[in-house]
Design a protein around this ligand. Structure first.
Ligand SMILES: Cc1cc2nc3c(=O)[nH]c(=O)nc-3n(C[C@H](O)[C@H](O)[C@H](O)COP(=O)(O)OP(=O)(O)OC[C@H]3O[C@@H](n4cnc5c(N)ncnc54)[C@H](O)[C@@H]3O)c2cc1C
Length: 382
């Protein structure tokens, strides 16, 4: 497999890195402290086409293939120091825009994709419930037929972009008898629909510029046209969106690890102790080498999985392997970078502590590390 970049991919990568460094990195510490979502910067990302990277141009997207989408997100993760903004964009693109592009009716695609791709509309994926996280399909949110449409009741939680979203991709049980296979349906619910409210907003350890909340659906009535895909097809639609999310968020993590590596090398070459640069102590240099080794392995896994998205049925296992390895590599590499920086690594001023806090969530969202191991075990026949 040859993953050398084409000229177009190289130019796209450079453009995104330049954009991120020039436009997205001012006042990140303040935003993080205040837990403030940067609407203005989201709009700038929209002007560059980032929220619609893989969507065909006829719907307002950039028409990139999955591998190029991953390369673009890697560039964003490398150039942008605001992990919350990168995450909010990924939650929007991978868990909402992708399923609408893949499964929406022509009318839904015409209605939503241009705004979602330009960033004028923001979307939220509403799957997790207070009593159903890893066991997502133990959900209790119900949608029952009523007249020509549906009546929805339930509460979702940990919905990234929830407080700022214009559109929810909501999963609800439509046939309790069928359950996981055929009993779950995806719906598109617009902000302002009576009964659809933002519930509790949560403070977070990291990714603090990405807002997250409960979403409450209290007898929300939607027309039949609000069903995304087929009635009963919600599970497969969700699983496909998770394949995209697991692989392409991993791509942003590679970018972040590359940035951490460069910071660690720079610091280890200039910080001195006992009369020499700390990078001359093997205890320090080996720690940095381990970041490099993890990064290279993570990159290959991610590119390989991204190149197979949409092309292979067993990409689900690749996606879980990638998600598991890359997220755990990111957390370890962020911890290692803090250690290389010593006490300075613990201080907000040097930014590496924020990257560590942002990294912790990566082994939880899109399915925890334990759930990824369970999925891989299942593919191994265990
Ligand atoms: C930053 C962030 C953003 C998120 N964004 C969204 C979003 O936009 N939309 C959305 O719907 N959800 C979102 N989530 C929710 C996320 O998907 C869930 O938190 C995750 O799936 C875990 O569910 P839980 O928190 O209920 O933990 P639980 O399922 O209660 O798990 C608790 C612990 O038990 C372990 N465990 C559970 N079952 C098993 C098992 N069978 N085998 C081994 N271990 C097990 C878990 O791995 C975990 O360590 C987000 C979460 C975070 C942290």
């Amino acid at each position: 497999m040859d993953f050398s970049l084409s000229e177009d991919q190289r130019l796209l990568r450079e453009e995104i890195i330049r954009f991120a460094r020039q436009e997205l990195n001012r006042s990140v510490q303040e935003r993080d402290r205040e837990g403030r979502f940067p609407h203005d910067l989201w709009r700038k990302c929209g002007e560059l086409g980032l929220p619609g990277l893989p969507v065909p141009e006829e719907y307002g997207g950039a028409g990139q293939d999955p591998l190029t989408t991953a390369l673009a997100l890697e560039a964003l993760g490398y150039g942008c120091e605001d992990g919350g903004l990168v995450f909010a964009l990924c939650a929007h693109l991978l868990a909402c825009v992708v399923p609408i592009w893949k499964h929406g009716s022509e009318a839904q695609k015409q209605r939503y994709l241009p705004g979602l791709c330009s960033g004028t509309l923001i979307a939220v994926n509403a799957m997790t419930e207070p009593g159903a996280g890893s066991d997502a399909f133990a959900m209790t949110t119900r949608a029952e037929p009523e007249g020509e449409g549906w009546r929805i009741r339930g509460t979702k939680t940990f919905s990234s972009n929830g407080p700022i979203a214009d559109l929810a991709v909501l999963y609800a049980v439509t046939d309790p008898e069928k359950g996981y296979y055929g009993g779950v349906t995806a719906f598109l619910v617009e902000k302002g629909t009576p009964g659809f409210e933002v519930g509790q907003k949560f403070e977070k350890l990291g990714l603090r510029t990405s807002p997250i909340s409960e979403l409450v659906f209290e007898d929300v009535r939607v027309p039949a046209e609000a069903v995304l895909g087929e009635v009963g097809a919600g599970t497969s639609l969700f699983m496909q969106s998770m394949e995209w999310e697991r692989v392409c968020i991993a791509a942003t993590h590679i970018g972040t690890m590359q940035r951490l590596l460069e910071k660690a090398v720079r610091y280890a070459r200039t910080r001195t102790a006992f009369g020499k640069a700390i990078g001359k102590f093997q205890a320090v240099s080996h720690r940095i080498v381990d970041i490099k080794v993890r990064l290279e392995a993570a990159r290959l896994l991610t590119y390989h999985a991204a190149s197979r998205l949409d092309r292979s049925r067993d990409v689900a296992m690749d996606a879980s392997i990638t998600k598991l390895f890359v997220s755990e590599s990111l957390v370890q590499s962020a911890l290692d970078t803090v250690q290389v920086f010593g006490g300075y690594g613990f201080m907000a001023e040097y930014d590496v502590e924020r990257t560590l806090r942002d990294a912790v969530g990566s082994t939880l969202y899109s399915g925890t590390s334990e759930i990824q191991r369970n999925i891989i075990a299942g593919w191994l026949g265990l």
